[in-house]
Write a protein that binds this ligand. Structure first.
Ligand code: ME8
Length: 524
């Protein structure tokens, strides 16, 4: 992914208000949050957007079932998403609801522009319709799916309606040029890119972008009150409407739209074509991850096995929010394969990476500095050769970490940070400061060793902060680095390149010990 300025604009899908938030929504939003925090740490100007998609027809139906107005029902559920994300520490800069005027007004203006340019025209449409997804399925796909919804297995319905169409067919060559040549990482990961390219090569039909019978729930097509703008088109525009204001337009184009593979086509094909038609700059990347399954099984309503809010809260209470973030980030389906959310895996990852690696290493280093140097960071002597090799290992970790984060592979980035923690442990095993310290003559040497350990730990803590911010801020208190916390508070900017350099810690800094950052959990 390339960003040509030090600005970073990351989005999540806007979620349907018909569902309660579940692990899938929390996952994509967590990954976006990790990326946003990483870029803030670097000192980039970050805008992180999430929100809710409210104009679906099923909102009207389920509101009616409950004796509520669509506004009330959407309002309740939007609040559930907003509150859940706030409670889970998401650092989004805004939360867009498509029922807000600031969104609707801009969508109207965009559609007016598209009508004026001829990119949107009136016509008639007939095809196979997936009512649950509010999506027409192309003839060949409908056949392949045996005329049933690939999502909920309900029969597809034959539907014919007057419609406004978007001239997608006119953008085939430009889309191929974009995805194949101009920006080869526009669609990621590679498997998804290949899928999209193959489907574009099969040919592109114009797409209907309006519907009737929404009972006034939705954004009307300008000049035609009978028709509402199709919910998907309305929804895609959120990424632009939110920042299409004088004080925010500098964030456009988005750096990365994070989504899952279920909604790839809309984001990788229809969205850039709409932007081309509006003559707006294109986002840098659409990253479509795969799915979480639960305990080896696809999550579904009928199986009742969703990792839902109650389950999520249980994990947070038992292991901490950082632990959940860590598990999602490192074990999640960022590539092209699905990932299993399984409790024993959660416990194993927690114990090995957080309790044993990060937590133990922090305790060991801060404890020894307390025992041998009275809780003050010892000076960095020069006489101990291993130190050179050692700061190299921090440098390697930082390089690998940055490279992975910039490719939107937070799991690999974290791996580099955990490897650095492992290097601290091996260094301690190798140099045996606890044995050397028995002879007071060795204290300068022990001091150098422990300085190196504390310095590498400090660097690792910066790398891990985007994923496990609470624990790392706690550790910064112990390492006398609360300035980081202050700089990063309230979407503040970090000074990564300065902070990350070897040798920033000042000798004599008070180093505190404390409770285990991640107490070990025993679980069958
Ligand atoms: O599609 N694993 O909203 P939605 C991982 N409103 N991620 C998952 C997941 C799973 N099992 N299930 C859901 C919509 N997600 C539209 C989007 S955008 C302009 C409009 C996540 O509520 C994933 O990010 O169905 C997926 O793309 C999104 O939730 C779908 O959310």
């Amino acid at each position: 992914m390339s960003t040509d300025t030090a600005r970073f604009y990351v989005t999540t899908p806007i979620y349907y208000v018909n569902d309660r938030p579940h692990i899938g929504h929390v996952y994509t939003t967590t990954v976006a949050d990790v990326l946003a925090r990483y870029h803030r740490l670097r000192g980039d100007e970050v805008f992180f957007l999430t929100g809710t998609d409210e104009h679906a027809a099923k909102v009207v139906d389920s509101a009616t079932d409950r004796g509520l107005s669509p506004q009330q029902w959407a309002g309740q559920n939007a609040a559930a998403f907003r509150d859940t994300f706030a409670r889970l520490g998401m650092s989004n800069n805004d939360f867009i609801r498509t029922s807000e005027d600031r969104h609707k007004d801009k969508v109207l203006a965009y559609v007016e522009q598209l009508l004026a340019s001829g990119d949107v025209y009136a016509g008639e449409y007939e095809g196979w319709y997936d009512a649950g997804q509010e999506e027409y399925i192309p003839e060949n796909k409908a056949k392949e799916y045996d005329f049933r919804s690939p999502i909920n297995n309900q029969p597809l319905v034959r539907k014919r309606e007057k419609n406004y169409f978007f001239k997608l067919s006119a953008y085939r060559d430009r889309l191929l040029q974009l995805i194949e040549k101009d920006n080869p990482t526009f669609v990621q990961p590679e498997a998804r890119r290949n899928e999209v390219l193959a489907r574009i090569r099969e040919g592109l039909n114009d797409v209907p972008i309006s519907r009737t019978g929404t009972g006034g729930w939705g954004i009307p097509v300008p000049g035609d009150d009978e028709q509402s703008i199709y919910v998907w088109i309305d929804a895609l525009f959120n990424y632009l409407t939110t920042v299409d204001t004088d004080d925010r337009i500098r964030y456009w184009p988005a750096s990365v739209h994070l989504i899952a593979k279920d909604i790839l086509w809309f984001h990788a094909v229809i969205w850039p074509a709409l932007l081309m038609a509006l003559d707006r700059p294109l986002p840098h990347q659409v990253y479509a991850h795969s799915f979480w399954i639960a305990e080896g099984q696809k999550m579904s309503k009928s199986l009742g096995n969703f990792i839902d809010l109650e389950k999520i809260d249980e994990y947070v209470t038992e292991f901490s929010l950082d632990a959940l973030r860590y598990f999602l980030t490192t074990q999640g389906p960022m590539g092209a394969t699905d990932a299993d959310f399984a409790q024993d895996k959660f416990v194993a990852v927690y114990n090995s990476d957080l309790a044993n690696a990060v937590g133990n290493c922090a305790s060991r280093v801060t404890n020894m500095i307390n025992r041998y140097f009275d809780g003050k960071l010892p000076p960095h002597g020069r006489e101990f050769a291993v130190s050179h090799e050692y700061d190299r290992s921090a440098e390697t970790a930082v390089a690998q970490y940055t490279e992975a984060m910039d490719r939107v592979h937070p799991a690999q980035a974290v791996e580099a940070a955990i490897k650095l923690i492992g290097d601290i442990d091996s260094y301690i095993e190798q140099t045996q400061p606890f044995r050397l310290a028995k002879d007071p003559e060795n204290l300068p040497k022990v001091g150098t060793i422990l300085y190196n350990c504390a310095e590498a730990l400090r660097i690792a803590s910066l790398l891990l902060w985007p994923v496990i911010p609470d624990a790392m801020e706690k550790l910064w208190e112990r390492l006398g680095q609360t300035a980081y916390t202050q700089a990063l508070a309230n979407n503040g900017c970090g000074q990564f390149s300065r902070w990350i350099a070897w040798g920033q810690s000042k000798p004599d800094t008070p180093i505190a010990k404390g409770d285990p950052l991640f107490p070990r959990v025993e679980k069958s």
